[in-house]
Design a protein around this ligand. Structure first.
Ligand code: LCS
Length: 395
């Protein structure tokens, strides 16, 4: 599975997939802002279409700037190949459509991002592709949800926004016995903190809009895995549905990846400190952060992740109205969805990212009306905490 490279993660994040000598010695990769590529003869065009000759054809099929990004993320995820998409949801939908057929079943982690939940409803209502949710916590729990139509297991870990983890090695051991593909949405962890392919999972998905871009200025998605599976998805659902990334957006992600390791270290450091402060505040009822020693999945976090990540959730010691009041008092922290940016962002999952999930299902997922999700940014942690503290003190 692993594409050999003698370099460590931080070095690969800056160099892999790009050779300046092939691009007029330009240190920064060029943006190939072109829709199509010219052929020197009809025969050459026919050969490129047939795959008998290398070279580019048309930017929905591939583009040199996008190739740099795909090769880089493949290396960082320890995969053989990768594909870039125009959004995280374009990647999620390509994968789920690509892996299933009419009558199949998808087994999901206990919670998934609200639009992934929406996509699962579409697949069920229009294409008879069923799904079920499970905490996937024991072999028995996993087996009890698998049937002969189960085509894949789809996992978020940590789960958005409850911050619960799924034991990937356990799921892989059961899935392998049954010949079922394991897909992991690695958006919250990034390959710096967690590498599901190394643990035996088959495909990794990212909303690259988040930590991979890192600057809140691009919407994009990525997948990585082995050559055969990724190649199949490239030739089918990526080419024929066509949710590809634009060259400039690919360029922004190549740039973002260069600083991923240092940014993630700071996101984690700040989140650890904010979680510790929140836990001590009298107005806070509960804090959910996998990097916190008291989190039920702390030991699992240490096993399958490098650190606890940049996201945490918490609930106030109060009702919904007090929660609203506290959030509206914030001055530095922005009220916004998305995550993984330099700016600290706070959102209310029940009315925002998971607002489309029916209340009963939301409760089963662990999303109360008082739950707030914080994407801890790169500012001084003291400034972030002072802002949170004054807001909490005010209710
Ligand atoms: N997967 C996860 C875990 C996500 O959190 C998101 C977006 C997606 C996939 C979809 O990616 P997109 O198409 O937006 O690039 N999550 C969001 C969130 O929590 N707040 O705003 C968007």
């Amino acid at each position: 599975m692993k594409k050999e490279s003698k370099y460590k993660f931080e070095t690969k994040a800056i160099h892999s997939g790009y050779d300046s000598t092939k691009h007029l010695d330009s240190l920064a990769p060029p943006i190939y802002q072109t829709s199509t590529f010219t052929f020197s003869s009809l025969e050459q065009g026919a050969n490129r279409f047939a795959g008998a000759e290398g070279g580019y054809v048309y930017s929905r099929l591939s583009n040199p700037t996008v190739t740099i990004l795909e090769e880089r993320i493949a290396q960082l995820e320890a995969g053989e190949a990768a594909l870039a998409f125009g959004s995280g949801m374009a990647a999620v939908s390509a994968v789920l459509i690509g892996l299933t057929k009419y009558g199949d079943h998808i087994l999901c982690s206990k919670g998934v991002y609200g639009c992934t939940f929406g996509l699962l409803q579409i697949l069920k209502e229009k294409y008879n592709i069923d799904h079920s949710f499970s905490d996937l916590a024991t072999k028995e729990a996993i087996l009890s949800h698998i049937n002969e139509n189960t085509a894949c297991i789809y996992i978020e870990t940590p789960i958005n926004p409850t911050m619960t983890l799924v034991n990937l090695e356990l799921v892989v051991s059961v899935a392998k016995e049954k010949g079922i593909i394991v897909v992991v949405d690695n958006t919250f962890s990034t390959p710096y903190l967690q590498q599901p392919l190394q643990l035996g999972c088959d495909l990794v998905i990212h909303s690259a809009t988040k930590f991979i871009g890192g600057h809140g200025d691009v919407v994009a998605g990525l997948i990585a895995g082995d050559q055969e599976l990724v190649g199949q998805l490239k030739k089918t659902v990526q080419k024929d549905i066509g949710g590809v990334i634009a060259p400039f957006d690919a360029w922004l992600l190549v740039r973002g990846l260069k600083t991923l390791a240092v940014r993630m270290d700071r996101h984690c450091e700040n989140a650890e400190k904010i979680a510790a402060q929140l836990k001590e505040h009298p107005k806070v009822k509960a804090v959910y952060y996998p990097g916190d020693r008291d989190h039920p999945d702390y030991e699992l976090m240490k096993k399958q992740m490098k650190k606890g990540g940049g996201l945490l959730s918490f609930e106030l010691n109060g009702n919904y109205e007090q929660t609203v009041k506290a959030v509206n008092q914030l001055k530095l922290i922005s009220i916004a969805v998305s995550l993984g940016d330099a700016e600290t962002l706070i959102q209310h999952p029940a009315s925002m990212t998971h607002g489309a999930v029916p209340e009963k299902v939301r409760k089963e997922m662990g999303i109360s009306n008082e739950l707030l999700r914080l994407s801890v940014g790169l500012e001084s942690w003291e400034d972030i905490w002072q802002d949170l503290k004054q807001a909490l003190d005010s209710v």
